[in-house]
Design a protein around this ligand. Structure first.
Ligand code: F6R
Length: 424
């Protein structure tokens, strides 16, 4: 591993082997999704493909391994009918969860070059900035997300130019009904694992309205970078040369506290949500310099011992940000349960941010495996959507929001309960 790609790990689990149960219990136990905290056995490793397949019953690893291909194919997706939209005064990406992440990535990539604000709207309706000279991109993988449907309805009512990115659902129906341009995404994925599908068409849409967020050369570099990184992070790649496995083992049972810099801050948030949804455990996220002005005070012993400080570094970060990371470490690492650093890859901003987000997907995947939790299913999220739909849309019947990739045949902890409680 080169100096620039080094991961600095302190007090993590020994390479390949999860800490003994007593050590895990001392750190608070591995929180299962349902029931009592689960403690993985002392011989659990991330290099046993049999173990990984036993836990990953929906073959999430195949979806993650195909991420570069997904991104490449997504660069060819276009809106139909072809948009005829003037250069907007503001872009509002309406999305939630995994479908908002593409908006965050767009805004982060645009930060150093676009003179048009790109805002990510997470909620019902639309803010006043979404006026008639703005562009609303309704981004929802399922097309069934109530907040995004509400935002699109507001755009239609206000006469704001709007475009839909979705695999189907109510959003697709609205687009057809009102003749709005729609990018039709391939279905069957979890929204958070469809980042390439959601992001690249939005990038093309913005280019089409005169807002350049990444050049063709930068897109090509990003695809190559993600492709190369994928080969290094798949389960077949052993821990000693697999950064995502090493990070997951270093974090172990602690709560990851993920901090990015001025540019990688949004990616830190994406890591947090991937940890929450894939590994079903808490994570916190923030960015420098802001956390230097508040959250840093929370890093005191003994509570800080339950957290793993994970710094998302960027080769292009400002010298001031570099110094802030250094001082932060000096001040808090004695109290922290552990410390790791991960660095962006590639030259262009898109390659750097996308590759870092991809590393987070794999790291959260291996955290799920360590906890013996299926990374695919999200039963509480599904159940919450089901109940909201029952209350506000007039009936309990709905298609499962969790795409049913395959019927798992092998047992995994919590699976029985998840199956019984999941939407049908
Ligand atoms: C599930 C996921 C969620 C969804 C969110 C909105 O994999 O990532 O965060 O993205 O519940 O649903 P969609 O993306 O279908 O609009």
């Amino acid at each position: 591993m080169s100096e620039s790609r080094r991961i600095e790990e302190r007090r993590g689990f020994p390479e390949c082997v999860l800490a003994p149960p007593a050590a895990l219990r001392a750190l608070g136990g591995v929180g299962g999704h349902f029931g009592a905290p689960h403690v993985a056995g002392p011989t659990m490793t991330l290099d046993d493909l049999g173990d990984i397949k036993r836990i990953d019953v929906h073959d999430t690893r195949d979806v993650l391994a195909a991420f570069a291909a997904q991104c490449r194919e997504a660069t060819g997706l276009v809106a139909r009918p072809a948009p005829s939209i003037d250069r907007p005064s503001a872009v509002v990406v309406a999305g939630m969860g995994g479908s908002a992440a593409s908006g965050d990535l767009l805004a982060a990539c645009a930060a150093d070059r676009a003179d048009v604000p790109i805002l990510v709207h997470r909620g019902y309706g639309l803010p006043p900035v979404a006026g008639r000279r703005a562009l609303v991109i309704a981004s929802s993988y399922s097309g069934e997300t109530a907040e995004v449907i509400s935002a699109l309805e507001a755009a239609i009512a206000r006469g704001v130019p709007a475009l839909v990115i979705t695999a189907g659902g109510r959003l697709a129906e609205l687009a057809a009904q009102y003749g709005l341009p729609r990018v039709a995404l391939p279905g069957g994925l979890m929204p958070r694992m469809a980042l390439g599908n959601l992001f690249f068409p939005a990038l093309s849409v913005l280019a089409g309205v005169g807002i350049s967020v990444a050049t063709d050369a930068e897109v090509a570099e990003a695809l190559e970078t993600v492709d190369a990184l994928g080969a290094e992070l798949v389960p077949e790649r052993p821990t000693r040369s697999n950064e995502a496995k090493r990070l997951a083992l270093a974090i172990g049972n602690r709560i990851p506290a993920i901090y990015g810099g001025q540019d990688t801050g949004p990616i830190a948030y994406r890591w947090k949500t991937d940890v929450e949804e894939n590994a079903k455990t808490f994570a916190i996220a923030g960015s420098l310099p802001e956390m230097n002005h508040n959250e840093i005070e929370a890093w005191r012993a003994p509570a800080a011992g339950g957290f793993h400080l994970l710094l998302l570094r960027d080769h292009a970060e400002l010298p001031e940000i570099t110094r802030r990371f250094t001082v932060l470490r000096e001040l808090v690492e004695a109290a922290a349960g552990g410390v790791s650093e991960s660095w962006t890859r590639g030259r262009g901003r898109l390659a750097r941010l996308l590759s870092l987000a991809y590393l987070g997907q794999w790291t959260s995947y291996y955290l799920a495996i360590l906890r013996e939790i299926d990374p695919w299913t999200i039963p509480l999220l599904d159940e919450l959507k089901r109940r909201m739909r029952t209350d506000f849309m007039g009936g309990p019947e709905m298609a499962p929001q969790t795409p049913q990739r395959s019927e798992p045949s092998r047992g995994v902890r919590g699976r029985t309960r998840e199956t019984r409680d999941g939407p049908r």
